[in-house]
Design a protein around this ligand. Structure first.
Ligand SMILES: *Cc1c(COP(=O)(O)O)cnc(C)c1O
Length: 486
């Protein structure tokens, strides 16, 4: 399998998986996608159903990945999957499913080390990075900015990985106490937490400035693990396959045969639901893809009207991991929607967005087919909806869901009457991460899993820094100098 850029005019050979694994954007500014999607047959799915029952998640993960990766030997790829999805990391079974009322199911993606679905992709990425760096005899310095979930998922995935050091910037005092404790309690010489005197945008600007210094970037082999990385998307395809297999098996055992399921996905940067789109294109029997946004409803607007309008900034909400002003993976879907016309995509996401701040596909034949051909529908959920949904699910099912998951349940309920068969909601975080909103909805704190009891009391590993790129560079120089002599 070879990979091409969404802004590629169709010329030139694609790149193999491991060549794009450590990359962010393609050199032409586009995002990488496989040159075609592999196809799943009913026989393949039946075989994987048996495999899942006998050997569990890592075995299916290997099967899915091997369709996309042909430059890692099978035995190595299998071992990578076994380490990434080990019982010690995610418990057993990996990605359990649970029914709620009304034919809605939860796919529990947040049982990993940081209690957010980002662990599902990041743990695999950590293993793949370590493997590939080892093969190339290279080291990697990851520089990132986080306002919460991404940073902690990255740190827990990259810690202890040979050849990798992480420098993670976060805005001083702006993450929740739980999120701070999760990151700052990590005691690992190759994980460096830097609390910046500023807001999240200042952190991102620092990363951009330092990455923009080509000589410094090359000297330290600086890289990122942001959500446009194809490795993250493909890792997420696996849990769509597994959720489908688990829910159909459970219904089958109850005497109810279903052939198609739908998914409802709380969406920010379009990474999670992009993987659902890929799975559907591969032929996984998915009826509808329900895209849920919060008040930052850039994508709901597009799927309802055909207009993609980037916002000046994101509004702060109680489902903060979905607070986006533009969706960084959305270009992947538009590339498919427009018949893989890289020239048109380059035009839309380049000059058109730059000059007018939006593009309008409402009059195109492609947009007319968005529901029929691609299965997409969408909706928006607000703070009041979130609270009401958390209360309703607690009352009906005695299950406490987090605010992001609540956004998806709300939109799934709104659209329920138009959709046949079960709807699987991807649970993207455990409620413990967002306890203030849970208290507001239910009047009490959410349960705290044993792994997180007392983390606020652990010693904090964090250095305060000013929003100054020269200071950041000096710290990276010093720390890397130390580890070189260790
Ligand atoms: C990152 C995140 C999302 C949004 O996922 P995208 O892949 O950016 O669409 C939703 N919920 C939680 C809890 C997250 O951490």
């Amino acid at each position: 399998m070879r990979y091409v850029s969404t802004r590629n005019a169709g010329s030139g050979p694609g790149l193999p998986f491991c060549d794009i694994l450590l990359e962010g954007l393609a050199p032409d500014g586009g995002l990488y996608l496989p040159e075609h999607y592999p196809t799943l047959t009913a026989e393949t799915l039946a075989h994987w159903q048996t495999l899942l029952a006998s050997e569990g998640y890592p075995a299916v993960a290997f099967e899915v990945l091997s369709l996309f990766v042909d430059d890692i030997p099978d035995a190595d790829l299998r071992a990578i999957c076994e380490r990434a999805y080990a019982t010690e990391v995610f418990g057993e079974p990996v990605v359990p499913v649970a029914p709620l009322s009304d034919g809605v199911w939860l796919a529990k993606l947040s049982e990993g080390p940081t209690a957010a679905f980002k662990d599902m992709a990041m743990q695999l990425l950590g293993q793949l990075f370590e493997y590939e760096l080892g093969r190339r005899d290279e080291t990697l310095t990851i520089l990132g900015a986080t306002s919460g979930d991404t940073g902690s998922a990255a740190e827990y995935a990259m810690r202890g990985r040979r050849g990798i050091t992480v420098f993670m910037l976060s805005p001083q005092g702006r993450m929740s106490p739980f999120q701070q404790a999760q990151m700052f309690s990590l005691d690992d010489p190759h994980i460096v937490n830097l609390a910046v005197d500023g807001v999240f945008d200042d952190c991102q600007d620092l990363v951009k400035t330092v990455m923009g210094d080509a000589a410094f970037k090359a000297a330290h082999n600086l890289g990122a693990v942001n959500s446009i990385n194809w490795g993250r998307v493909v890792a997420q395809v696996i849990y769509y396959v597994v959720s489908y297999l688990r829910v159909t098996a459970a219904l089958d055992a109850a005497g109810e045969t279903v052939t198609r399921v739908s998914f409802a996905v709380p969406t920010g940067n379009f990474g999670n639901i992009c993987a659902a789109h890929v799975a559907r294109e591969m032929g996984l029997p998915i009826d509808t893809l329900i895209l849920a946004t919060n008040e930052n409803n850039v994508l709901d607007e597009f799927f309802r009207t055909g207009v993609y309008r980037v916002r000046a900034g994101a509004e702060e909400t109680s489902s903060p991991s979905m607070d986006i002003s533009k969706a960084s993976n959305f270009e992947r879907f538009v590339y498919d929607l427009l018949g893989r016309d890289g020239v048109r995509v380059a035009e839309l996401f380049g000059p058109v967005l730059r000059e007018q701040g939006f593009f309008d596909l409402s009059a195109t034949p492609e947009f007319a087919g968005i529901r029929e051909r691609y299965g997409f529908v969408s909706g928006t959920s607000t703070h009041a909806d979130r609270l009401a949904t958390i209360r309703a699910v607690d009352a009906a099912d005695s299950v406490v869901i987090d605010p992001h998951t609540a956004d998806a349940v709300k939109v799934a309920w709104d659209l329920r009457d138009h959709i046949a068969g079960p709807i699987i909601v991807t649970e993207t975080a455990l409620p413990v991460k967002f306890s203030a909103t849970i208290v507001e909805a239910l009047g009490h704190e959410p349960d705290r899993p044993a792994a997180f009891v007392g983390i606020e009391d652990l010693p904090r590993q964090v250095t305060d820094i000013p929003a100054d790129a020269e200071v950041l560079k000096r710290i990276i120089d010093e720390r890397q100098g130390e580890s070189a002599t260790r």
